[in-house]
Write a protein that binds this ligand. Structure first.
Ligand code: PRX
Length: 653
């Protein structure tokens, strides 16, 4: 957040009460009810969560709700047997909701598909049988690299159905990122598409996968789902014996496949996310607790009702898509809208056209998208009837009050509550959020903790303070179970502060007089660009892999639309500090190649030196001050104070 935005948040005192009509029919509709239930959930977590879990199907009940004996490796519902695919699909397909639409999908070129819960069960079962036929068994890991088509949700659910661990890789990641994730998770298979659409062009997914898995011995097969435009497959190189077209194998299997009985603590998925050091970490989520928590948060925070058309604009490649496109809403039997492409294709009103056409009632998006819409102009919004909307949501980064107000007035027409939901890949589900029928909202605040969540703001010594580090006191059911293959990193990253008594999310926050939380952003070296987490260390290691680069320092700076942007200071080998535009392009290409286009910095500054302390530590704070045009803080500890002046000149030129 920029100083200006921080300032506006600090002085934000507008309060918006839930509209009376909304409140009346909401699942939870009084502050007293919220407070009583929150209190009970903290006083008797096991009783509370057992009651919630009873809403779901269990093949066998758990032995114990919460097992803390090996903290911080918490176990929830251990001994219980369930299957999240059963809870998300079969429960509805085999009951009165069989004919209800589960997925309403729109492709970027305008093609459309709908699947009822009964059809979804068949498609998921068929997909599961294809996986089995290709040798996949319970416990195997499968990487998914697919466009936002129904098959992405179907493939995820098919893995869950047979107990395979899915590791979804967002389709904007590079071949190198696929390789890292496939090798780390020891995936046996990659499921990809022949292509997918983004802003009018076709993403060549299969060829990216081919490059990515070229050196991955663990890969036994590559399954290619045709994107199916006009009934044609796109041309792909198929490797005999390794690569299979999904439709060909699907034609040979049945559409019935029983759900595997999974232990609540069996691994459901890995999802890689960036940290402040090293390679991305494989966040582990298990079946039982994740099912229960995503089910309940979806029900209450999105106030899902029978007739809702729910649209979360995230990609299933991120945690938001896992929890709040697929698992959470479907465990509530909701109708979920999925859209494949860009918000501004063919024009900047594509989202509003979709809302209008499909009569979307709940709309969940990221502040970066909201700021882009503000920039594109209100006329694109005004062209469409948004009268079907009844609830709006925000996720992924702090929402600045100006964007919140625009969302409230222009999209919600002043009558839709906004749920600003704070959470992370690691938390599996939403921890801080208003309840839409209950909580008075304040622009920029994620307000209050959800049931079972005991949040605090602490200083490094563990004292409760108004402004400091966000901390969560006790485990909730969908807390990450670890970092794949790195128990030590798990303990060091999340449990090192405060004697392991609190989970440390890495965010800074403030608490106001009403006990509302205002999350301001990361306190570590992770930058949130358009809601995507990028570790500065990851980017720095990409730059130093270039033979001309000696050292680099990457920082996050406020960005009008993206929330934060990246600025890279790059020190070249030799004394010549003036890298060319060609070199700049080479470095940008290197980022696209090693991580993905979305991680390219806004600016690359070449320099002869970097501001360092006498002990050789780069002073990132000064780099931030230079990039933001702030008055420079104390420079007396610098080994060579003149570096700063020359950097300032370079930055502004
Ligand atoms: O800094 C917080 C920010 O996004 C980080 C988590 O990123 P990721 O694991 O990619 O998950 C994003 C989707 C849940 C957090 O550490 N963040 C997320 N939501 C909010 C937020 N910051 C402020 N307000 C939010 N509502």
């Amino acid at each position: 957040m920029s100083d200006e935005q921080m300032e506006s948040v600090m002085h934000e005192d507008r309060v918006f009460n839930p509209p009376e009509t909304f409140r009346k029919s909401a699942h939870i509709n009084s502050m007293d009810a919220y407070k009583a239930e929150h209190k009970r959930s903290l006083e008797d977590p096991e009783g509370y969560w057992a009651e919630v879990a009873d809403d779901l199907h269990w093949f066998k009940k758990w032995d114990r709700v919460l097992d803390e004996s090996e903290a911080p490796f918490y176990k929830w519902f251990a001994g219980g047997k369930t299957n999240i695919c059963y809870n998300a699909v079969d429960r509805w397909a085999d009951g009165p909701k069989a004919g209800k639409r589960a997925i309403v999908w729109e492709g970027e070129p305008g093609d459309q598909r709908e699947l009822t819960y009964a059809q979804l069960k068949k498609e998921v079962s068929r997909f599961a049988n294809v996986l089995k036929k290709l040798g996949i068994q319970k416990g195997d890991t499968i990487a998914l690299y697919l466009p936002m088509t129904p098959e992405l949700a179907i493939a995820v659910l098919a893995c869950a159905r047979i107990g395979a661990v899915h590791s979804v890789i967002f389709a904007g990641f590079s071949a190198e990122s696929i390789k890292d994730r496939v090798l780390d998770g020891k995936s046996k298979m990659v499921i990809t598409g022949d292509g997918g659409f983004r802003r009018g062009s076709v993403l060549p997914l299969k060829s990216v996968v081919d490059q990515g898995v070229a050196e991955c011995d663990c890969i036994e097969s590559v399954l290619v789902v045709p994107r199916n435009i006009g009934g044609e497959r796109m041309k792909c190189d198929m490797q005999e014996g390794r690569d299979f077209w999904y439709d060909e194998v699907a034609a040979t299997v049945s559409d019935e496949c029983p759900c595997e009985e999974m232990d609540a603590e069996d691994l459901l998925f890995l999802l890689y996310t960036s940290g402040s050091t090293g390679k991305p970490k494989g966040i582990m989520h298990t079946v039982g607790g994740y099912s229960v928590f995503t089910y309940l948060t979806s029900k209450y925070i999105f106030d899902l009702q029978e007739d809702d058309i729910y649209w979360c604009t995230a990609d299933v490649g991120w945690i938001t898509g896992h929890s709040y496109i697929v698992y959470g809403p479907m465990q509530n039997g909701a109708t979920v809208l999925m859209y494949e492409g860009a918000p501004n294709h063919p024009q900047p009103d594509r989202f509003w056209e979709i809302v209008d056409k499909h009569k979307v009632t709940i709309f969940y998006t990221a502040p970066t998208a909201i700021r882009a819409f503000m920039k594109w102009g209100d006329e694109w919004v005004d062209k469409h009837d948004l009268g079907s909307l009844r609830l709006l949501g925000s996720v992924g980064e702090p929402i600045n009050p100006e964007a919140w107000m625009w969302y409230h007035e222009k999209i919600g027409k002043g009558r839709c509550p906004i749920v600003d939901t704070w959470w992370q890949t690691e938390t599996g589900g939403i921890l801080l959020s208003p309840l839409p029928g209950v909580t008075p909202t304040k622009p920029g605040s994620a307000t209050l903790p959800f049931f079972g969540v005991d949040a605090a703001i602490l200083d490094p010594a563990g004292n409760e303070v108004d402004t400091g580090l966000l901390a969560i006191r006790r485990p909730w059911p969908s807390i990450l179970r670890g970092i794949w293959g790195d128990a030590d990193r798990f303990k060091k990253t999340y449990w090192c502060n405060w004697d392991g008594k609190y989970y440390f999310p890495g965010d800074g926050a403030r608490c106001d007089k009403d006990g509302y939380f205002w999350v301001v952003g990361r306190v570590d070296d992770v930058v949130n660009v358009s809601g995507h987490r990028i570790g500065t260390a990851e980017l720095e290691s990409v730059f130093v892999a270039h033979p001309l680069v000696a050292e680099s320092a990457v920082i996050g700076v406020p960005h009008e639309v993206k929330g934060q942007g990246l600025v890279a200071f790059v020190l070249l080998r030799g004394t010549d500090a003036d890298g060319s535009d060609d070199l700049r392009k080479e470095l940008n290409d290197l980022v696209s190649e090693k991580i993905g286009k979305f991680a390219r910095p806004e600016k690359i500054i070449f320099s002869a030196d970097l501001p360092k302390t006498r002990s050789g530590k780069i002073m990132r704070r000064l780099l931030r001050d230079i990039a933001c045009g702030n008055a420079l803080g104390n420079v007396t500890t610098l080994a060579d104070p003149s570096v700063v002046e020359s950097l300032k000149k370079k930055y502004s030129s």
